[in-house]
Design a protein around this ligand. Structure first.
Ligand SMILES: N=CN[C@@H](CCC(=O)O)C(=O)O
Ligand SMILES: [Zn+2]
Length: 415
């Protein structure tokens, strides 16, 4: 048995029982914080917490580690519900192309973009993919992420997509982070099948999904619904195919254009719709009253210099909002949730509290982890951030670029 007691915590953030599974609209401004608190962890789970005056005397000191957190905050570790951290190679040459004036679509048209990553991934062995993704997971873990969703989508052949998903499965079995897996075979049409969409869709349905199901390789199905990628009709075909194998849709939509993918995704029971740099009044109306989590990816907008999602407008319309990194080599070479928090405050005009709700409770929901992650509640997984000594919680997003994290705990263990 391993036990940990953290005492004299300046502020225990997002702590409480029966907290909502999603927070929306006005409620997102509220963030429960217990001042001068303690937190007890046993066998990797949160055992109890509360104000210091409620901390009972300790009569069993065996296997008990004690941390004094005077001046420090404890937060639930971030949940990053949208990433592509398994990839073969960075793409800084496209970064330079962008500086020289090419758009994301122009780079893709000349063989860059997703097809560039797919070509290199096809030539990279599983071991190397596993090793490099492991290092990226370590990197995000030390910047405060405790749970992460990872997509395939740089394979684009049955062999390479399955290779990616098997890497994700091994990471999930061995890395301390909590990991969810998403099949994104419908990320782009491979070069050879650019003019033969039915054949690639057939491969997804007949050669990929049955194996994914048999080997338990994915929780979710995704598709990139966008001009030049997957049309709404193709998106629907992919969602239906995935659902037939028990995969829940989580969809890339409205990054550059509004095609009607939000409505289709919501109608097909999507858990989340992600990107939403563009959004229509109809999209907002469809999302209202649905169980689908709108997810905005501000680091992607920052890197590509494209519009930021209209987060403020979504909240003003009473919607919930999740914020994830989109960590990938093309549009967001960063999985840093601290930076995302700053961007959310500075660029989306969210308060620190709204942004943190969007990066914990709502992202936990967007990856099916509401029961175990996203808040500090009894019985939940002890994935936690302990800050350095800081003046206030708002100091974290305010001091952008500064590492305000002292220690990350995963399953109650100091990393
Ligand atoms: N937009 C689609 N997919 C990824 C980027 C893919 C890439 O450029 O490698 C994204 O979410 O931003
Ligand atoms: Zn993405």
């Amino acid at each position: 048995m391993s036990r940990l007691l953290i005492k004299n915590i300046k502020g225990l953030v997002q702590a409480g029982e029966n907290l909502p599974r999603t927070v929306k609209g006005e409620e997102m401004k509220k963030l429960p914080v217990i001042e001068n608190a303690f937190l007890a962890v046993e066998n990797g789970k949160i055992l109890s917490y509360g104000p210091m005056e409620d901390m009972l005397g300790i009569d069993d000191w065996r296997n008990l580690e004690i941390i004094d957190a005077s001046g420090k905050y404890i937060l639930p570790a971030f949940c990053d519900s949208h990433t592509h951290v398994v990839f073969a190679k960075s793409r800084e040459e496209e970064f330079v192309d962008k500086i020289n004036g090419l758009s994301y679509e122009e780079i893709a048209a000349k063989g860059g973009g997703i097809l560039n990553s797919a070509r290199v991934l096809g030539e990279t062995d599983e071991e190397e993919l596993y090793r490099s993704a492991w290092n990226r997971l370590d990197q995000v873990m030390y910047s405060g992420t405790g749970a992460i969703e990872i997509k395939s989508g740089y394979g684009l052949t049955p062999e390479a997509e399955l290779k990616m998903l098997r890497v994700i499965k091994r990471l999930r079995e061995n890395h301390p982070l909590t990991i969810k897996s998403t099949f994104l075979g419908a990320h782009a049409y491979p070069k050879e099948l650019k003019e033969n969409h039915p054949e690639y869709l057939r491969q997804i349905k007949e050669e990929m999904l049955p194996v994914i199901h048999e080997e338990g390789l994915a929780d979710y199905i995704d598709a990139f619904c966008e001009r030049g990628y997957f049309s709404v009709e193709e998106l629907v075909e992919v969602m239906n195919a995935g659902k037939a194998y028990g995969l829940i849709p989580k969809i890339h939509v409205n990054q550059f254009s509004i095609l009607g993918g939000v409505k289709a995704a919501v109608e097909h029971g999507a858990l989340s719709v992600d990107h939403l740099e563009e959004i229509s009044e109809e999209d907002i109306a469809v999302l209202k009253g649905s169980t689908c989590m709108p997810t905005v990816l501000p680091s992607c907008s920052f890197f590509l210099n494209i519009p930021f999602g209209k987060a403020r407008m979504m909240l003003d319309n009473g919607l919930p909002l999740a914020l994830a990194t989109d960590f990938n080599p093309g549009t967001t070479p960063s999985g840093n949730m601290l930076f995302l928090w700053s961007l959310a405050c500075i660029k989306l005009r969210l308060t620190p509290e709204e942004a943190l709700n969007a990066m914990t409770i709502n992202t936990a929901y967007a990856m099916g982890l509401s029961e175990t992650h996203g808040t500090i509640s009894e019985g939940k997984v002890a994935n936690l951030i302990m800050t350095k000594e800081i003046p206030s919680l708002a100091y974290i997003p305010y001091s952008f670029g500064e590492n305000t994290i002292d220690t990350v705990l995963i399953n109650g263990k100091i990393m």
